[in-house]
Ligand binder design. Structure first.
Ligand code: ARG
Length: 278
């Protein structure tokens, strides 16, 4: 039996989300998307509202972007930028269908008085970057292989002044880092090793010996696409196995139903960007 003596302490956070009013699966840019599958947009909005309310109930602050017709994936707000210490490093989307989303995010940061740095390299914001403020003094984990270019990892390090660790993704179902790796608190991660190259698995094993390992079933249920505040971990309700592992490790899993947004290849984390003012 494992004795859990870890105190899991939540920290209040500020997030950015965008309602799925115009969400639909109109094109396929990842293996989860099938334009032939009907989407219940009304239900998507209801489920998204519930997610937003859950964050508010936990005491977090949530800003919202105004949804834009013709940008069905704007609901995946985590992909628009990466913010660290009050600087927003903007996204440059790989696929033309999502290119215009970057400008919507940029306008938000401008309006809110952030320092915004436009990227010169393809990167999809927090889809492929995860920040751990208390691991190694503030470490960025960065995925590549499907969307974000490795050149953007180096650029993010220059812009944000934080060490960036590049990790190669090898399974197209886990095309963004945040589909295979979740940040539970300021220093702890959970991940599915099979989504990473053998070398990347070794690196993660060396740097994060205390990580909570997830299996393919957890990952397939979008369980790793999670948002943790240090204690509560919001995750897709279908990821029951991972929820049990989290509870055993002393976290409080908070299951969230997002059946409609999953049809676009995303879940909890994809819908929530963290705004780190520093
Ligand atoms: N349909 C979107 C795409 O393929 C889903 C993005 C999901 N977001 C995420 N952070 N993984 O780009």
């Amino acid at each position: 039996m494992v004795f859990v003596n870890q105190q899991r302490i939540p920290r209040k956070r500020t997030y950015l989300m965008c309602s799925p009013e115009y969400f639909d699966v109109e094109y396929a840019i990842n293996p989860w998307m099938d334009p032939g599958t009907p989407v219940d947009t009304e239900l998507a909005v209801k489920q998204w509202d519930r997610l937003r309310e859950t964050l508010l109930d936990l005491g977090h602050t949530v800003h919202v972007l105004r949804p834009v017709p013709g940008l069905p994936d704007l609901v995946y707000a985590a992909n628009g930028a990466l913010t660290v210490d009050g600087t927003a490093y903007g996204a440059t989307f790989r696929h033309p269908q999502r290119a215009a989303e970057a400008g919507v995010h940029r306008a938000f940061y401008a309006e809110q008085g952030w320092r915004y740095v436009e990227s010169g390299e393809i990167n999809e914001g927090e889809g492929d970057f995860a920040y751990l403020p208390e691991a190694y003094g503030g470490l960025l984990l960065a995925g590549y292989g499907f969307r974000t270019e490795p050149a953007a990892h180096a650029e993010a390090q220059e812009v944000l002044g934080r060490p960036v660790l590049s990790l190669r993704l090898v399974d197209p179902r886990f095309y963004h880092l945040d589909t295979a790796l979740g940040v539970l608190d300021d220093r702890t991660i959970s991940y599915f090793p099979g989504a990473f190259s053998i070398a990347a698995q070794r690196v993660l094993g060396q740097l994060f010996p205390d990580a909570l390992l997830a299996d393919e079933v957890d990952a397939f249920a979008f369980g790793l696409n999670l948002v943790g505040d240090g204690r509560h971990v919001l995750l897709n309700s279908e990821a029951t196995g991972l929820a049990a592992k989290l509870a055993a490790a002393g976290y409080t899993p908070v299951p969230v139903e997002l059946t409609e947004l999953r049809k676009g290849g995303g879940s909890v984390k994809c819908c929530i960007a963290e705004l780190r003012t520093g």
